[in-house]
Design a protein around this ligand. Sequence first.
Ligand code: CP
Length: 287
Amino acid sequence: MYHLVDLKDLNVNEISELIHSAEEFSSGKIIQYSNKVAANLFFEPSTRTQYSFETAEHRLGCRVITFNKEASSIKKGESFYDTVKTFSQFADVIVIRHSENNYYQNLVNHIDIPLINAGDGSGNHPTQSLLDLLTIYQEFKCFAGLKIAIIGDIAYSRVAHTNIEIMERLGMTVYCCAPEELQSANYDYVGLDDVIGEVDIVMFLRLQLERHERFLNLSLSDYHELYGLTKARYLRLKDDAIVMHPAPVNRGVEIADELIECSKSRIFKQMKNGVYMRMALLHKALL
Ligand code: CP
Protein backbone atom coordinates (compact mmCIF):
# COMPACT_ATOMS: atom_id res chain seq x y z
CA MET A 1 0.00 0.00 0.00
CA TYR A 2 1.42 3.36 -1.01
CA HIS A 3 0.74 6.02 1.61
CA LEU A 4 2.65 9.32 1.56
CA VAL A 5 2.35 10.95 4.96
CA ASP A 6 5.94 11.95 5.73
CA LEU A 7 8.78 12.60 3.27
CA LYS A 8 11.17 10.71 5.59
CA ASP A 9 9.46 7.56 4.26
CA LEU A 10 10.87 8.21 0.76
CA ASN A 11 14.51 7.57 -0.10
CA VAL A 12 16.53 9.81 -2.41
CA ASN A 13 15.99 7.51 -5.42
CA GLU A 14 12.22 7.56 -4.94
CA ILE A 15 12.31 11.36 -4.77
CA SER A 16 14.38 11.52 -7.99
CA GLU A 17 11.86 9.24 -9.70
CA LEU A 18 8.98 11.50 -8.66
CA ILE A 19 10.81 14.59 -9.98
CA HIS A 20 11.44 12.79 -13.27
CA SER A 21 7.79 11.71 -13.48
CA ALA A 22 6.57 15.26 -12.70
CA GLU A 23 8.81 16.60 -15.48
CA GLU A 24 7.25 14.12 -17.90
CA PHE A 25 3.78 15.38 -16.96
CA SER A 26 4.97 18.99 -17.39
CA SER A 27 6.12 17.99 -20.91
CA GLY A 28 2.65 16.74 -21.81
CA LYS A 29 2.66 13.03 -20.88
CA ILE A 30 -0.92 11.73 -20.74
CA ILE A 31 -2.13 8.93 -18.47
CA GLN A 32 -5.82 8.33 -17.79
CA TYR A 33 -7.40 6.66 -14.75
CA SER A 34 -10.99 7.17 -15.86
CA ASN A 35 -12.38 4.43 -13.57
CA LYS A 36 -10.63 5.77 -10.44
CA VAL A 37 -12.14 7.97 -7.73
CA ALA A 38 -10.06 10.52 -5.79
CA ALA A 39 -11.46 11.95 -2.53
CA ASN A 40 -10.08 15.24 -1.21
CA LEU A 41 -10.77 15.70 2.51
CA PHE A 42 -9.67 19.18 3.54
CA PHE A 43 -10.43 19.94 7.19
CA GLU A 44 -8.36 23.14 7.03
CA PRO A 45 -8.55 25.96 4.44
CA SER A 46 -6.43 25.66 1.31
CA THR A 47 -6.23 27.26 -2.12
CA ARG A 48 -3.09 25.88 -3.76
CA THR A 49 -2.94 22.36 -2.36
CA GLN A 50 -6.63 21.51 -2.60
CA TYR A 51 -7.22 22.87 -6.07
CA SER A 52 -3.92 21.72 -7.56
CA PHE A 53 -4.74 18.20 -6.33
CA GLU A 54 -8.17 18.57 -7.97
CA THR A 55 -6.57 19.80 -11.19
CA ALA A 56 -4.06 16.93 -11.13
CA GLU A 57 -6.88 14.41 -10.56
CA HIS A 58 -8.94 15.86 -13.43
CA ARG A 59 -5.91 15.78 -15.75
CA LEU A 60 -5.43 12.12 -14.88
CA GLY A 61 -9.06 11.47 -15.79
CA CYS A 62 -10.17 10.59 -12.24
CA ARG A 63 -13.63 11.19 -10.79
CA VAL A 64 -13.16 13.74 -8.00
CA ILE A 65 -15.01 13.97 -4.68
CA THR A 66 -14.57 17.25 -2.81
CA PHE A 67 -15.50 16.67 0.82
CA ASN A 68 -17.57 19.37 2.55
CA LYS A 69 -17.16 19.07 6.31
CA GLU A 70 -20.14 21.36 6.98
CA ALA A 71 -22.52 19.11 5.03
CA SER A 72 -21.12 15.81 6.32
CA SER A 73 -22.08 13.49 9.18
CA ILE A 74 -19.28 15.05 11.24
CA LYS A 75 -22.08 17.49 12.11
CA LYS A 76 -23.93 14.50 13.65
CA GLY A 77 -20.94 13.37 15.67
CA GLU A 78 -19.15 11.09 13.22
CA SER A 79 -15.50 10.73 14.21
CA PHE A 80 -12.60 11.76 11.96
CA TYR A 81 -11.52 8.11 11.81
CA ASP A 82 -14.98 6.96 10.68
CA THR A 83 -15.18 9.69 8.04
CA VAL A 84 -11.87 8.62 6.50
CA LYS A 85 -12.68 4.90 6.84
CA THR A 86 -16.01 5.56 5.07
CA PHE A 87 -14.30 7.27 2.11
CA SER A 88 -11.85 4.37 1.89
CA GLN A 89 -14.84 2.12 1.02
CA PHE A 90 -15.62 3.95 -2.23
CA ALA A 91 -12.57 5.96 -3.28
CA ASP A 92 -9.26 4.74 -4.76
CA VAL A 93 -7.06 7.42 -3.19
CA ILE A 94 -7.63 9.86 -0.33
CA VAL A 95 -5.93 13.25 0.09
CA ILE A 96 -6.22 14.79 3.57
CA ARG A 97 -5.30 18.12 5.15
CA HIS A 98 -5.88 18.51 8.87
CA SER A 99 -4.86 21.02 11.53
CA GLU A 100 -3.69 18.29 13.93
CA ASN A 101 -0.05 17.16 13.75
CA ASN A 102 0.27 13.45 12.85
CA TYR A 103 -3.51 13.10 12.33
CA TYR A 104 -2.64 10.08 10.19
CA GLN A 105 -1.04 8.01 12.98
CA ASN A 106 -4.24 6.12 13.73
CA LEU A 107 -5.20 5.75 10.08
CA VAL A 108 -2.26 4.34 8.16
CA ASN A 109 -2.65 0.76 9.39
CA HIS A 110 -6.44 0.75 8.95
CA ILE A 111 -6.92 2.34 5.53
CA ASP A 112 -6.36 -0.02 2.62
CA ILE A 113 -6.22 2.59 -0.16
CA PRO A 114 -3.39 5.14 -0.63
CA LEU A 115 -3.50 8.13 1.73
CA ILE A 116 -1.65 11.31 0.76
CA ASN A 117 -0.94 13.90 3.44
CA ALA A 118 -1.75 17.41 2.14
CA GLY A 119 -0.43 19.03 5.34
CA ASP A 120 -0.81 18.25 9.06
CA GLY A 121 -0.79 21.16 11.53
CA SER A 122 2.77 22.38 11.99
CA GLY A 123 4.11 18.88 11.28
CA ASN A 124 4.63 17.95 7.63
CA HIS A 125 3.80 19.12 4.13
CA PRO A 126 5.41 16.46 1.93
CA THR A 127 3.75 17.40 -1.37
CA GLN A 128 4.77 21.06 -0.95
CA SER A 129 8.39 19.99 -0.37
CA LEU A 130 8.31 17.80 -3.45
CA LEU A 131 7.05 20.63 -5.64
CA ASP A 132 9.70 22.89 -4.10
CA LEU A 133 12.36 20.32 -4.99
CA LEU A 134 11.02 20.09 -8.54
CA THR A 135 11.26 23.89 -8.85
CA ILE A 136 14.83 23.91 -7.52
CA TYR A 137 15.84 21.00 -9.77
CA GLN A 138 14.44 22.72 -12.88
CA GLU A 139 16.60 25.72 -12.05
CA PHE A 140 19.92 24.17 -10.99
CA LYS A 141 19.76 20.52 -12.25
CA CYS A 142 21.19 19.33 -8.91
CA PHE A 143 20.72 19.60 -5.14
CA ALA A 144 24.09 18.73 -3.57
CA GLY A 145 26.17 21.82 -2.90
CA LEU A 146 23.29 24.31 -3.19
CA LYS A 147 22.78 26.78 -0.36
CA ILE A 148 19.33 27.87 0.77
CA ALA A 149 18.18 30.36 3.41
CA ILE A 150 14.76 29.53 4.91
CA ILE A 151 13.43 32.63 6.58
CA GLY A 152 10.63 33.38 9.01
CA ASP A 153 8.13 31.30 10.86
CA ILE A 154 10.28 28.20 11.31
CA ALA A 155 8.57 27.06 14.53
CA TYR A 156 5.05 26.84 13.12
CA SER A 157 5.83 26.00 9.49
CA ARG A 158 5.22 22.45 8.30
CA VAL A 159 6.90 23.47 5.03
CA ALA A 160 10.10 24.39 6.89
CA HIS A 161 10.21 21.17 8.89
CA THR A 162 9.77 18.96 5.84
CA ASN A 163 12.11 20.99 3.62
CA ILE A 164 14.98 21.23 6.12
CA GLU A 165 15.06 17.45 6.59
CA ILE A 166 14.94 16.52 2.91
CA MET A 167 17.19 19.33 1.68
CA GLU A 168 19.95 18.37 4.14
CA ARG A 169 19.52 14.72 3.13
CA LEU A 170 20.02 15.78 -0.52
CA GLY A 171 23.32 17.52 0.34
CA MET A 172 22.10 21.11 0.43
CA THR A 173 23.30 23.60 3.05
CA VAL A 174 20.26 25.01 4.86
CA TYR A 175 20.51 28.29 6.79
CA CYS A 176 17.59 29.12 9.10
CA CYS A 177 16.77 32.76 9.90
CA ALA A 178 14.00 33.70 12.33
CA PRO A 179 13.15 35.99 15.24
CA GLU A 180 13.66 34.24 18.57
CA GLU A 181 9.95 33.72 19.21
CA LEU A 182 9.56 31.90 15.88
CA GLN A 183 12.60 29.64 16.26
CA SER A 184 12.31 25.91 16.79
CA ALA A 185 14.92 24.39 19.13
CA ASN A 186 15.76 21.74 16.52
CA TYR A 187 17.87 24.03 14.31
CA ASP A 188 20.74 26.57 14.42
CA TYR A 189 20.09 30.12 13.28
CA VAL A 190 22.07 32.75 11.35
CA GLY A 191 21.41 36.39 10.49
CA LEU A 192 19.66 36.87 7.14
CA ASP A 193 22.01 39.69 6.17
CA ASP A 194 25.03 37.45 6.87
CA VAL A 195 24.02 34.88 4.22
CA ILE A 196 21.77 36.63 1.70
CA GLY A 197 24.65 37.38 -0.67
CA GLU A 198 25.92 33.79 -0.84
CA VAL A 199 22.82 31.60 -1.11
CA ASP A 200 21.32 30.14 -4.28
CA ILE A 201 17.77 30.19 -2.96
CA VAL A 202 15.91 32.36 -0.48
CA MET A 203 12.70 30.77 0.75
CA PHE A 204 10.43 33.04 2.78
CA LEU A 205 7.75 31.48 4.96
CA ARG A 206 4.30 32.81 5.66
CA LEU A 207 3.85 34.23 9.14
CA GLN A 208 1.19 31.83 10.50
CA LEU A 209 -0.68 34.64 12.22
CA GLU A 210 -3.70 32.41 12.80
CA ARG A 211 -1.53 30.22 15.06
CA HIS A 212 0.48 32.76 17.06
CA GLU A 213 -0.24 36.46 16.39
CA ARG A 214 0.00 37.32 20.06
CA PHE A 215 3.47 35.76 20.40
CA LEU A 216 5.21 37.95 17.81
CA ASN A 217 7.04 40.78 19.55
CA LEU A 218 7.45 42.80 16.35
CA SER A 219 5.07 44.95 14.33
CA LEU A 220 4.54 43.60 10.80
CA SER A 221 6.50 46.52 9.33
CA ASP A 222 9.42 45.90 11.71
CA TYR A 223 9.26 42.21 10.81
CA HIS A 224 9.49 43.14 7.13
CA GLU A 225 12.52 45.36 7.74
CA LEU A 226 14.33 42.69 9.79
CA TYR A 227 13.26 39.44 8.10
CA GLY A 228 11.53 40.33 4.84
CA LEU A 229 12.71 40.59 1.25
CA THR A 230 13.21 44.32 0.89
CA LYS A 231 14.50 46.03 -2.26
CA ALA A 232 17.91 46.45 -0.55
CA ARG A 233 18.17 42.73 0.21
CA TYR A 234 16.96 41.82 -3.27
CA LEU A 235 19.87 43.79 -4.76
CA ARG A 236 22.32 41.72 -2.69
CA LEU A 237 21.13 38.37 -4.09
CA LYS A 238 23.47 36.45 -6.41
CA ASP A 239 22.73 36.93 -10.14
CA ASP A 240 21.30 33.42 -10.51
CA ALA A 241 19.63 33.21 -7.08
CA ILE A 242 15.89 32.51 -6.94
CA VAL A 243 13.14 33.62 -4.55
CA MET A 244 10.61 31.07 -3.27
CA HIS A 245 7.62 31.12 -0.92
CA PRO A 246 5.05 28.33 -0.42
CA ALA A 247 2.26 30.98 -0.35
CA PRO A 248 -0.18 32.38 0.47
CA VAL A 249 2.08 35.41 0.88
CA ASN A 250 1.38 38.20 3.35
CA ARG A 251 2.21 40.89 0.79
CA GLY A 252 4.56 43.54 2.16
CA VAL A 253 5.41 41.39 5.19
CA GLU A 254 7.53 38.43 4.07
CA ILE A 255 8.20 39.95 0.64
CA ALA A 256 7.82 43.52 -0.62
CA ASP A 257 4.70 43.71 -2.78
CA GLU A 258 6.62 44.82 -5.88
CA LEU A 259 9.04 41.85 -5.61
CA ILE A 260 6.47 39.06 -5.53
CA GLU A 261 6.52 38.77 -9.33
CA CYS A 262 10.14 39.93 -9.83
CA SER A 263 12.39 38.14 -12.34
CA LYS A 264 13.99 35.99 -9.62
CA SER A 265 10.64 34.96 -8.15
CA ARG A 266 9.54 31.37 -8.70
CA ILE A 267 6.46 31.68 -6.46
CA PHE A 268 3.88 31.16 -9.20
CA LYS A 269 6.07 28.53 -10.89
CA GLN A 270 5.94 26.60 -7.59
CA MET A 271 2.14 26.62 -7.86
CA LYS A 272 2.18 25.37 -11.46
CA ASN A 273 4.67 22.67 -10.47
CA GLY A 274 2.28 21.63 -7.71
CA VAL A 275 -0.05 20.18 -10.36
CA TYR A 276 2.72 18.19 -12.09
CA MET A 277 4.17 16.85 -8.84
CA ARG A 278 0.73 15.87 -7.57
CA MET A 279 0.02 14.12 -10.89
CA ALA A 280 3.26 12.17 -10.36
CA LEU A 281 2.25 11.23 -6.82
CA LEU A 282 -1.29 10.20 -7.80
CA HIS A 283 0.09 8.17 -10.71
CA LYS A 284 2.42 6.33 -8.32
CA ALA A 285 -0.44 5.80 -5.85
CA LEU A 286 -2.98 4.57 -8.44
CA LEU A 287 -0.70 2.30 -10.52
N1 CP B 1 1.27 26.28 0.10
C1 CP B 1 0.06 25.84 0.55
O1 CP B 1 -0.06 24.78 1.17
O2 CP B 1 -0.97 26.67 0.23
P1 CP B 1 -2.52 26.39 0.60
O3 CP B 1 -2.64 26.48 2.10
O4 CP B 1 -3.29 27.45 -0.12
O5 CP B 1 -2.83 25.00 0.13
